[in-house]
Design a protein around this ligand. Structure first.
Ligand SMILES: [Zn+2]
Length: 238
């Protein structure tokens, strides 16, 4: 399979919450997209790994993702170890994504910043011909960092106004992770997904506003953006 865009993140639902709208928008443009979850999210307080796997599959369908897989790294112990990097490099060689979306490299949750390093180094190693893994050497052309969890100034924002409702549906697919609605015991989860989604929606509104639309998802790239036609630059200055 040859993907145009592959989003890599630590836990199932990270991708939906941080760049789900962009994945859907890219698929709607006719590109082939994919999601690689590094863990199965088995440390989540609710829902068995099987339930979460089913939820991840439904969410992927809603976002029109062509491929979704997991590296099965232990949840809460994501480390950029050699074995994980080699396995990730193997996936990169199989999927040959043109562009990858990684988590930003600084985060509160260690799994998130380790995921960034693990994924970057896996992408790099995939291009080394002498690497002791199968497949033809390959490196993605472009690396984008999702900055939704990070609070740093992004390089650009993708307008997801049209995709916003469907992104919400994809997040709702993780039914087992939502705070119980009835008078059950109070949740001990630090960030239940409904609170997290609320935060992400506020961020989407914030970044959308910054580019003059309703909702947007922020990204950062280390390279500078090259521009051919300065007259066609979007987003009004004054
Ligand atoms: Zn996460």
């Amino acid at each position: 399979m040859k993907l145009d865009l592959l989003a890599i993140a630590a836990h199932p639902d990270d991708v939906e919450l941080t760049c789900g709208g962009t994945l859907l928008k890219t698929a709607r443009l006719g590109y082939k997209t994919g999601i690689l979850d590094l863990t199965q999210g088995e440390m989540g307080t609710r829902g068995t790994p099987e339930t979460r796997a089913k939820e991840a599959t439904s969410a992927a369908k809603i976002l029109r993702v062509a491929w979704r897989g997991t590296l099965s790294v232990p949840d809460s112990d994501v480390q950029p170890g050699r074995q994980h990097k080699l396995r990730l490099a193997h996936v990169i060689r199989e999927l040959r994504p043109h562009t990858v979306i990684l988590p930003y490299w600084e985060a509160r949750h260690p799994d998130h910043y380790h995921a960034s390093t693990l994924a970057y180094e896996g992408c790099f190693l995939a291009g080394l011909k002498q690497l002791p893994i199968e497949g033809e050497a390959y490196r993605p052309f472009k690396i984008l960092y999702s900055t939704s969890y990070a609070g740093v100034r992004p390089t650009f924002v993708v307008d997801i106004t049209t995709e916003f409702d469907t992104r919400h549906k994809a997040i709702l697919a993780y039914g087992s992770q939502f705070r119980p609605k009835t008078r059950q015991k109070k949740s001990k989860v630090f960030l239940a997904i409904d609170r997290l989604e609320d935060e992400m929606n506020q961020l989407a509104r914030h970044y959308g506003q910054m580019i003059g639309v309703k909702y947007g998802e922020p990204f950062l790239q280390k390279e500078l953006l090259a521009v051919d036609d300065v007259i066609k630059l979007p987003v009004r200055s004054i």
